[in-house]
Design a protein around this ligand. Structure first.
Ligand code: GLY
Ligand code: MN
Ligand code: MN
Length: 461
């Protein structure tokens, strides 16, 4: 069976017989003048339909009754799509159209997108809630208008119309958090392509090369192996640029003695990989670089080691922070009792982000980080307990140390800060993609060189 159909059925089962759901395609966005940004379908729309055209609205209705011509339909999946248009298709390419939505995608009903305002109220009628990710300004008003129209009709006919909106985080994102075998197959392919790309970038790096040459190798590898696009803008930061968390210019010349930080991963079949490696431009870590690198590596390995069902991401972060802080003491950057330094957040000038995030169709994937539902009755407080990991979830683990301008405001002598002049300019992050399994975990990006010896060997090509 088409995986999207199985996903829809699971989702419909979970929301129950009186809840509708509406998902909206990503809007085409102008890049400049009459040029558009490359289109990438909204992850929810793709997850539920496998459809990659813009101007699409997906409506799931377990309880709809829709009059079309002389027939009355009870569509569970209705799609509003761009109609066929031979003239436009000459310019922009094939469209599935209304017929394709029914025949190829298995929609029970399909209409041109321009019919949405007319049809949506009727589809929503008889449901008491709508799953919808509000905050899409262009669409919020259209949905609210449809609910209002449904409400008026319900008033006249004695039926009922939705009175509640439900964020998809409650059901759909719980489903998206736990990856099925077919999703994991896509993620494994994304990770394998990304592994080749990182190894190639290490092999061609050398003083005198430019960051964009390394980026070109990454992109060439992604596309050559069938990845549609990078999962996010590739970061290739050499020397001090490695300390800039979201560095994107990628235009500096690599110098002898630089470290190079590459944070890049491809998307494959709409699934992301997200990997960071840091390596010496000339192929050999200096003593200071190696010492700092090994601190980050130890922190990353210690956190990965802990991953198994039941553990929280908060616990992984705490463990990474503990190892990084102990390492900062070993490096002579901090001084004092490690537990106290952790408590004082003395590491923060050098480690200011979290240790990981959900990974899936979106690089920072959807899904609640805390228990997704409120308790009931006496237990009505939101439980701010970090949720335990479960098999099928995929996370990144990505500790780092950044001795850059972010630390300039920290005062030597305060909060255990001793001296960081000997590591200034060094930026290191190490990031892998970790699948939680019944027995513990599987590192999906373990093939990418990571120990000092492996990285130096990869740099030699
Ligand atoms: N590449 C984005 C991140 O590491 O979170
Ligand atoms: Mn990441
Ligand atoms: Mn990353």
């Amino acid at each position: 069976m088409n995986p999207s159909r199985a996903r829809r059925e699971r989702f419909l089962d979970a929301i129950g017989p009186r809840t509708a759901a509406v998902f909206v395609a990503t809007a085409n966005a102008i890049r400049n003048n009459d040029v558009e940004h490359d289109f990438r379908q909204d992850s929810d729309v793709f997850y539920l339909t496998g459809f990659d055209e813009p101007d699409t609205v997906v409506v799931l209705t377990p309880h709809a009754s829709l009059k079309v011509d002389d027939a009355t339909l009870a569509p569970k999946l209705t799609m509003f799509v761009r109609p066929r248009d031979p003239e436009r298709e000459v310019w922009d390419g094939y469209r599935a159209g209304v017929e394709g939505a029914r025949e190829q995608l298995g929609a029970d009903a399909a209409f041109p997108i321009d019919d949405l305002a007319k049809r949506l109220p009727e589809l929503l009628l008889g449901h008491d809630a709508v799953v919808y990710r509000w905050g899409n300004k262009a669409f919020d008003e259209r949905l609210f208008a449809a609910i209002q129209t449904a409400r008026r009709t319900a008033g006249r006919q004695g039926g009922y119309a939705p009175t509640r909106l439900i964020d998809p985080i409650e059901v759909l994102y719980e489903q998206r958090l736990r990856k099925s075998e077919d999703e994991l197959a896509q993620m494994r392919t994304a990770c394998a392509i990304t592994a080749e790309a990182h190894a190639k970038a290490m092999a061609i790096a050398a003083p005198g090369r430019y960051e964009y040459e390394l980026e070109a190798v990454l992109l060439e590898t992604f596309r050559r192996r069938g990845s549609e696009r990078p999962a996010y803008g590739s970061i290739v930061g050499s020397g001090p640029n490695g300390t800039i968390l979201h560095y994107r210019k990628n235009d500096r010349r690599l110098e002898d003695g630089d470290l190079v930080l590459i944070d890049a991963g491809c998307e494959y079949g709409y699934y992301a990989s997200d990997v960071t490696r840091t390596f010496p431009a000339n192929g050999t870590f200096s003593d200071a670089q190696r010492a700092a690198y090994e601190v980050v590596l130890d922190a990353q390995l210690a956190a990965i080691e802990m991953v198994k069902p039941g553990v929280t991401q908060g616990a992984l972060h705490d463990r990474a922070v503990e190892v990084l802080t102990a390492g900062l003491v070993k490096l002579g950057v901090l001084e004092g009792d490690v537990a106290q330094l952790v408590k004082d957040e003395a590491y923060k000038p050098f480690y200011m982000h979290k240790t990981g995030h959900w990974l899936g169709m979106d690089v920072h994937d959807v899904g609640a980080y805390f228990a997704p539902k409120r308790g009931a009755g006496d237990d009505a407080e939101v439980k701010m307990l970090q949720r335990p990991l479960e098999p099928g979830m995929v996370i990144t683990i990505e500790p780092g140390l950044y001795f850059g301008i972010g630390a300039d405001k920290a005062k030597v002598g305060e909060k255990g800060l001793k001296d960081w002049s000997h590591v200034r300019g060094i930026g290191i992050r190490i990031e892998d993609d970790i699948l939680v399994t019944e027995g513990g975990h599987e590192n999906l990006t373990r093939a990418i060189p990571k120990t000092v010896a492996e990285v130096e060997a990869a740099c030699r090509g």
